[in-house]
Design a protein around this ligand. Structure first.
Ligand SMILES: C[S@@+](CC[C@H](N)C(=O)[O-])C[C@H]1O[C@@H](n2cnc3c(N)ncnc32)[C@H](O)[C@@H]1O
Length: 243
């Protein structure tokens, strides 16, 4: 059984009015996560506010702009999706989107693929089991996405190297961060210049119920990302840009 779904004030805080079907899908996702968590260690954030705030709200607040045009066709990729966040929540909230969920751990992608199928999303959710450093050089993915995103995967310069090569010329990388400072902004802006990309915005959100501050970095290409990026598997995290 899923918990009670959140009240109207929750959706108002998010600035999004989901359909009944979308609320049902999010509640079903919670049930599926519980089931899969017994077989695969996906996430500990499954119950009550841990789920509705730290998973669902935290996945969707950065998409406030996109949630206004949910049926617009968009190609999206969630890199290091783990148990399916933010990607599955966004696939539910943006019915016009095609979402690729990527993780290098096969047990996780198998669970995420099964959950997407049970949610009726199989026709617009693709799953890849791969290191992103490899995906970034695959012609089927390089330069193909309107939105490339990652939450809790690596330090910001590492994530930028993972995401920028995947973007269309007018695409956008969404880097979900916890703490972030003005000093970080200055440093990060110069660190990503070799990728031919620029930081176009930093947004801040206080999660409901005082569950902490979150930041979102928006990064856009200013030219064609050099073919040397992403560097070989393991190099971006061992020797992050700017180190
Ligand atoms: C801490 S989990 C975060 C999962 C999810 N994004 C979330 O916020 O709950 C990080 C995930 O990123 C994946 N990951 C890390 N580096 C990766 C890489 N280079 N390529 C593919 N997946 C990677 C890990 O396997 C792991 O599942």
């Amino acid at each position: 059984m899923a918990d009670a779904t959140p009240g109207a004030e929750y959706w108002t805080a998010l600035g999004w009015q989901p359909s009944t079907e979308q609320v049902d899908q999010l509640a079903t996702l919670q049930t599926l996560l519980r089931e899969w968590n017994e077989k695969v260690n996906l996430t500990r954030l499954v119950e009550g506010d841990d789920y509705w705030i730290n998973q669902v709200f935290d996945s969707l607040w950065p998409l406030a702009h996109e949630l206004k045009t949910p049926h617009q066709p968009r190609t999206c990729i969630d890199v290091g999706t783990g148990g399916g966040f933010p990607g599955l929540a966004i696939a539910i909230a943006l019915p016009g989107s095609h979402m690729t969920l990527l993780d290098s751990v096969g047990r996780k992608t198998a669970a995420v693929e099964a959950m997407a199928s049970r949610l009726g999303l199989a026709d617009r959710v693709a799953v890849r089991t791969e290191r992103i450093e490899t995906t970034g050089h695959d012609r089927a993915c390089r330069g193909q996405f309107d939105l490339a995103m990652a939450r809790a995967v690596a330090a910001a310069p590492v994530v930028a190297e993972y995401l920028v090569p995947l973007l269309k010329p007018k695409g956008e990388a969404l880097l979900f961060r916890g703490q972030w400072s003005e000093e970080d902004t200055t440093e990060f802006s110069s660190v990503i210049s070799p990728l031919k990309a620029q930081l176009t915005g930093v947004q801040t959100c206080q999660l409901p119920a005082k569950r902490g501050i979150r930041h979102l970095l928006r990064v856009q290409p200013i030219g064609s990302c050099p073919s040397s990026y992403p560097r070989a598997v393991g190099i971006p995290s061992r020797t992050p840009l700017g180190s």
